[in-house]
Design a protein around this ligand. Structure first.
Ligand SMILES: Nc1nc2c(ncn2[C@@H]2O[C@H](COP(=O)(O)OP(=O)(O)OP(=O)(O)O)[C@@H](O)[C@H]2O)c(=O)[nH]1
Ligand SMILES: [Mg+2]
Length: 464
């Protein structure tokens, strides 16, 4: 069943709009929620947009408007607006239907999703939110085509198959094909996989503290990409795409065991001087609670500890380290956040993150956000991964996440993990390694604090 536009579909739509246009996905019901509020939040004042509807009969159709959407109720004049069909019951049947009443081309209303035409030509959805029932959203759409658009004899039957069960609803912002600005939103020195790998290879924790490696803890919601981040880093150092940690999609966390993963140098095969500590995902109801996470922060948990949501971690837990050393503790936390979930981030998970932050701040543990799946938040990045630090969408998302989690913007590190690729790609490697190098630097900050603390204790004891 079609659920997203193929490259050829985009080409056709771009041609209808005037050629050489970029289409940036700005709203997706399955990602952003199916409601008038979610639609207006994502799509208002964005200039020309395309609305694309997919139904369970395998029909793909929608409308284009060169005027912006907004929440002020009323018709908007748009002589360039059109409705279209792309697929009818799975068959490619592209056809464009121009507006015959430009003054009524679209109708804006804060209580509705997109509306085309004055005579209920195409009302995509109402207030909502509409939950997905099985495969589709039953949104009470109306498709009485023919009042304000020249349908050339086509009807709802020949466009939608009289089927209004939408499997997906998307809105694309139409760009002039080169919206990626030359100036990046984050300035970084030119670097390469090779340079970053050799920096990380050479990394050693601050001497004088008997810490042979630092521990970076990956925490985040189920499916955020924690295990995939370890796999990405491991792949880069192994020299090919690997999948040592189980990753994938599942209702509950796929990772059930605490793992302090080693990554080996591609130069000499020795373990590098850090561990990536992969945890069970945070989830409402079950998953890790704050006391479990505190035990992790303080270094009480052994590698390969099997999480059990029914039994909280205690000193009686098998393998529990009663007297952890500085080397056992967590030296830097990475909150792993799926970029697609930022707008609808669950309150419970945010509370969980905040309470871990509180404990981390008390212990002086530096924190970052690994913002994953940036390929899914920006079409232009998906098409060209080298543009992560140029994409305004990613830049804005970084600002939003920094606010959500309450960290400086420089602590939000966008990455795209290896997931569909068979071969390594420098454009995946560089953001992933930049993130890791930054975390190692922050882990050293923690160690500097520990060193200062030891020095002052020494002074109190021997200098006074
Ligand atoms: N497109 C895309 N998919 C990703 C990215 N990172 C992870 N994924 C996919 O997201 C899904 C979940 O990834 P995991 O790494 O298993 O997530 P996790 O945080 O370890 O999840 P749990 O262990 O279940 O808590 C997998 O299907 C990955 O392939 C990314 O950057 N881009
Ligand atoms: Mg996992």
């Amino acid at each position: 069943m079609a659920k997203s536009l193929k490259a050829g579909d985009k080409k056709q739509l771009s041609k209808w709009i005037g050629g050489n246009k970029g289409l940036e996905l700005i709203y997706q019901a399955s990602r952003d929620g199916c409601s008038a509020q979610a639609f207006h939040k994502k799509c208002d004042n964005k200039g020309p947009t395309l609305v694309v509807l997919y139904n369970t009969a395998n029909c793909v159709f929608g409308g284009y408007s060169s005027a912006s959407w907004n929440t002020t109720a009323g018709y908007v004049n748009d002589p360039h607006a059109f409705l279209f069909k792309l697929y009818y019951k799975g068959n490619y049947e592209p056809k464009l239907f121009q507006t015959t009443k430009p003054a009524y081309a679209i109708c804006c209303n804060g209580s509705y999703g997109p509306i085309f035409g004055a005579g209920h030509d195409l009302i995509c959805f109402g207030t909502g939110p509409y939950p997905k029932s099985g495969q589709y959203y039953q949104v009470g759409a109306v498709t009485a085509f023919g009042d304000s658009y020249n349908m050339q004899g086509e009807t709802a039957t020949t466009i939608t198959g009289d089927n209004l069960q939408f499997t997906e609803i998307e809105v694309y912002r139409v760009t002039d094909g080169k919206t990626i600005p030359d100036e990046p939103w984050r300035k970084l020195p030119e670097t390469s996989t090779k340079e970053l790998k050799s920096d990380i290879d050479a990394y050693a924790p601050l001497p004088g503290l008997k810490v042979n490696h630092v521990n970076i803890l990956l925490i985040g919601a189920v499916g955020a990409g924690k295990s995939s981040y370890f796999n990405s880093i491991n792949s880069i150092f192994r020299g090919h795409v690997t999948s040592q940690a189980c990753s994938g999609s599942s209702e509950h966390s796929l990772t059930t065991m605490y793992r302090m993963y080693k990554v080996r140098s591609s130069e000499n095969g020795h373990p590098l001087k850090f561990r990536l500590c992969d945890t069970r995902g945070l989830e409402e109801g079950q998953g890790m609670d704050t006391s479990d996470l505190v035990a992790v922060l303080d270094g009480h948990l052994p590698d390969r500890y099997q999480f059990n949501p029914a039994v909280p971690i205690s000193p009686d837990t098998s393998g529990y380290k009663k007297n952890p050393t500085l080397e056992d503790k967590i030296h830097c936390i990475a909150f792993v956040i799926d970029g697609c979930t930022v707008d609808v981030f669950p309150d419970k998970i945010l509370q969980n993150i905040k309470s871990v932050q509180l404990r981390a701040n008390q212990r002086g543990i530096p924190q970052v956000v690994l913002l994953t799946k940036v390929d899914k938040v920006c079409q232009l990045v998906e098409n060209n991964l080298s543009q992560v630090f140029h994409s305004p969408t990613v830049g804005e998302l970084v600002d939003q996440v920094a606010q959500l989690v309450g960290l400086p913007r420089a602590h939000v590190l966008p990455v795209k993990n290896y997931e569909k690729e068979m071969d390594l790609d420098q454009n995946v490697d560089v953001p992933a390694l930049l993130g890791l190098r930054q975390m190692l630097r922050f882990a050293d900050d923690y160690l500097y604090n520990s060193l200062d603390q030891r020095c002052s204790l020494y002074c109190v004891r021997y200098c006074n």
